[in-house]
Structure formats: C-alpha cells, structure tokens
Design a protein around this ligand. Structure first.
Ligand code: SF4
Length: 324
C-alpha cells in the first residue's frame, strides 16, 4: 500500500488579542492507504485544528499537505470542490452537525445532490437506501428526523453522508465521544468494517486512548500543538516513552490488580499556548523536568524504527517508570 497523505512541518497560528496562538506547530507524518492514524491529546491540544487543516476547513500558516501525491495546501476553491469527493469528515456531535429540519433521506442525499451524482430521483433514492444499509440504518427510518433517532443512529447518518461520495480519506473528529459506551463499540466496528471493505484511510481524532487503541494502526500524541510521540499502536501501548503519553496511559482504568500501570501524575499548571516561552511545553507538568527542559525545546527523535519521541531524557524516564 502506498502513502495517501503526507504532512510536512504543518503550522497553524491564530492571531488573538493577547498575541499568537500556536494551535498546530510543526507537525509531520505519513498515512498509508487503508490505514488509520489515531491522534490523541487533551482538549485544546490542536488535534481538531489539525483535522480541519487536512480537509481544507482551515488554511495553514505554513507547511505542506500532500494528498495522493499533490500538494493541496495552496489548492483553490475549484480544486477543493473536487477534493471534497476524496476527503470527508465525520463530526463529534451528530445532533449539532445534522440539520434538524431534514429527514434521513434528505440528509444522506444532500452531498449526492450537491455533486449531481444521480441522474434521476429513483437513482438517488436507491443510492440513499444502499448507504443506509451499509451503515446499518433500518429502511423504515428513511423519513425519520434527527430528534426521532438515538445518538448511534444519528452518527450512522453522519458516516453515511461522509461515505456518499465514495472518498478515499476520512477525518473522524471524536466520532464516538458523544455516544454511550455500548453504542461506541458498534460505531467503531462499523468504521473498521467499512475500512476493510473499501480500503479507506482514516485520521481518527480522540481524547480517549482506550477508544483509539481499537481502531488505530499508528498513534500520534499531541501536546499543545506539537507532536510529542508517534509509534505503531501496539508499540505505544507496550512501551510509551514520553512522560505525557505515560501519564495519559496510566489514567486508563484497567480492571485487573496485576496488570495495573503505575500512575504518572501530571501536576502543575498548563503553560499558556499564547506567545510560547522557550523550552519543553510539558515542563510545568512533567515529573522528570530538569533545568535543561526549561531552556531548550526537545527535538523529535526516532528512538527505535518508527517510534518518535520529543523529550531530552527519554531513555532515563522510560527506565525509571516501568509499569508496576
Ligand atoms: Fe519532561 Fe524534560 Fe522530557 Fe519535557 S524534555 S517531557 S520536561 S523530561
């Protein structure tokens, strides 16, 4: 499988009254066709802005986005219209992302109508019914409105809309965080099944590491706009190296006394993301911070094949903090 998406040194700054907010700062990665890259981090770390940059809902300050071999960062309106067919987004809250005045039929038909995909009304209706079948919405719900459906079914409509134009790449921005746990599993399994059948590539954004584990091939951990660690999913869960990743992982509840991880406490205040000071952005909360951390920003290093970490003391912190 080839690389479908390559991001190089992507940056997005917002000018606000207090100065410059560095929402996405120097992010680089590759995504292979048919694979899922999970992007995790706390609220406000820039992961949703990253997703919006990739699908053209935000304009980057600098850097490159290469999609299917084309640099799309400087794409114009006409180019983006064509790219919409290839790239789609599934949003977090289906209740607010779906027009409450439209029924299932109209909601799923909307992208097909905009792109004039069907020549007749009956062709349009059969495409909508096929998409409903694909995402598991019963036929009799075709004229139901969003408020008449539960959260899982509303999210299935969001997925059907994203799939309507047969894209190659989908950004899933917290697609299950507004759902009950049992419904979360159904929606995750649906996304995985569709990926297997259609060879789709996903960027899966979430704050929940236990969710991302079930769907991702690789995981990218973001902290205050920067990538602090990236590795294959299994590797990251087995051998997390950045203190922030270890803190996130140690907070996942594990229903077993023997396999519990030692809790890594992240105390201290989160540094302001506006007009950043030099040094490591995690220093104020890091239990291993030293003077060098407050002076010098750590570079992203490949510490083992495919495992990237941004920390001056990766080797020391990893050894001293093995799971209990
Ligand atoms: Fe912690 Fe220092 Fe590593 Fe930053 S560079 S994560 S402050 S040990």
């Amino acid at each position: 499988m080839g690389v479908i998406l390559e991001v190089q040194n992507l940056k997005k700054d917002f000018d606000i009254t207090a100065g410059k907010l560095h929402a996405v700062d120097n992010i680089s990665f590759q995504l292979e066709q048919g694979k899922t890259l999970g992007v995790v981090g706390e609220s406000g770390c820039g992961k949703s802005t990253l997703g919006k940059l990739l699908v053209g809902l935000e304009q980057a300050t600098s850097g490159k986005i290469i999609f299917q071999g084309r640099n799309i960062e400087k794409a114009g309106r006409a180019d983006w219209k064509a790219l919409r067919k290839e790239m789609q987004m599934v949003f977090q809250d289906p209740m607010s992302s779906l027009d409450p005045r439209l029924c299932t039929m109209d909601l799923i038909a909307e992208p097909l109508k905009i792109f004039k995909v069907c020549r007749t009304q009956s062709e349009l209706e059969s495409r909508v019914r096929a998409l409903m079948d694909l995402v598991g919405i019963a036929e009799h719900m075709i004229y139901a409105f969003p408020h008449e459906l539960d959260g899982g079914r509303r999210q299935r409509i969001g997925i059907a809309r994203a799939l309507a134009l047969e894209p190659e790449f989908i950004v899933c921005d917290e697609p299950v965080s507004a759902l009950d746990v049992s419904i979360q599993a159904q929606v995750l399994n649906l996304l995985k099944q569709i990926q297997r059948d259609k060879g789709l590539s996903y960027l899966f954004i979430t704050h929940d590491l236990s969710v991302v584990k079930h769907i991702s091939d690789d995981i990218l951990v973001m902290y205050m706009g920067q990538m602090v660690e990236k590795a294959a999913c299994k590797e990251l869960f087995h051998s997390p190296m950045h203190p922030y990743t270890r803190g996130l992982l140690s907070a996942i509840p594990i229903p077993s006394l023997r396999n519990r991880r030692k809790r890594v406490l992240m105390e201290g205040e989160i540094t302001s993301p506006v007009n950043m000071k030099p040094g490591c952005r995690f220093a104020a909360r890091c239990p291993y911070a030293q003077e060098r951390c407050r002076q010098e920003q750590p570079a992203l290093r490949e510490v083992s094949p495919g495992h990237f970490v941004s920390c001056h003391f990766t080797e020391t912190t990893s050894i001293s903090d093995t799971p209990a």
